[in-house]
Design a protein around this ligand. Structure first.
Ligand SMILES: [Zn+2]
Ligand SMILES: [Zn+2]
Length: 159
C-alpha cells in the first residue's frame, strides 16, 4: 500500500501546485484589469504637463532652439509665437502652443505633430482612448441625432 499512498501524495502535491499557479494567474489578471481603468481627460492633460511643462514663450527661447524655423511658429495652427504666449517644448525640441498641442494629443496619437516622436507612453494613450470611447458611448445613448439625421435624409429624398 505504501507506493500507492506515495503516488497519491505526489498527485495531491501537483494538484495544489496547479491550483496555486491558477490562483496567482487569476490575481495577476484581476490586477491587469484594474490597471487598465480609463484615464480621464483631466488626468491625461496632467500627465502631459508633467512630462512637458508649460513655458512662456520668449524670443530668447528660439535662439536656443536647434531648428530656428520650427521654433518661431506653431506648426499646428501655423501662426507665429508671440512674446509671453503659453507654449510647450517637447523632448524633440519642437515647440507648440500649449492649447494647440493639447488638442492634438487628445485627438490623434500622442506623438509630436512634426516629427512623430512619442510624447506619452502607449498605455496612457490607450487608457485615455478608453475613457473617450466610454464618454462617447454615454453621450450617444442620451440623444437621437442619428435618428433625426436618417429622418431628414428620408424626407429630403422624397421631395
Ligand atoms: Zn498654435
Ligand atoms: Zn518633434
Amino acid at each position: 500500500m505504501k507506493p500507492l499512498s506515495k503516488l497519491l501524495n505526489k498527485f495531491c502535491g501537483k494538484m495544489i501546485m496547479l491550483l496555486a499557479s491558477l490562483l496567482i494567474e487569476l490575481i495577476i489578471l484581476i490586477q491587469k484589469l484594474r490597471e487598465s481603468r480609463p484615464i480621464s481627460t483631466r488626468q491625461y492633460l496632467k500627465l502631459i504637463e508633467k512630462k512637458n511643462p508649460t513655458i512662456c514663450y520668449t524670443k530668447r527661447l528660439n535662439l536656443k532652439a536647434e531648428h530656428a524655423a520650427t521654433a518661431t511658429e506653431c506648426r499646428v495652427c501655423l501662426s507665429e509665437f508671440e512674446e509671453g504666449e503659453k507654449v510647450r517644448k517637447l523632448k524633440c525640441q519642437h515647440t507648440f502652443h500649449r492649447d494647440c498641442l493639447d488638442k492634438w494629443l487628445q485627438q490623434y496619437w500622442a506623438t509630436c505633430p512634426l516629427c512623430r516622436k512619442q510624447v506619452l507612453p502607449d498605455d496612457v494613450v490607450f487608457k485615455h482612448r478608453l475613457h473617450q470611447n466610454q464618454a462617447e458611448a454615454a453621450s450617444n445613448n442620451g440623444n437621437d441625432d442619428n435618428l433625426l439625421y436618417l429622418f431628414s435624409a428620408f424626407r429630403g429624398g422624397n421631395t
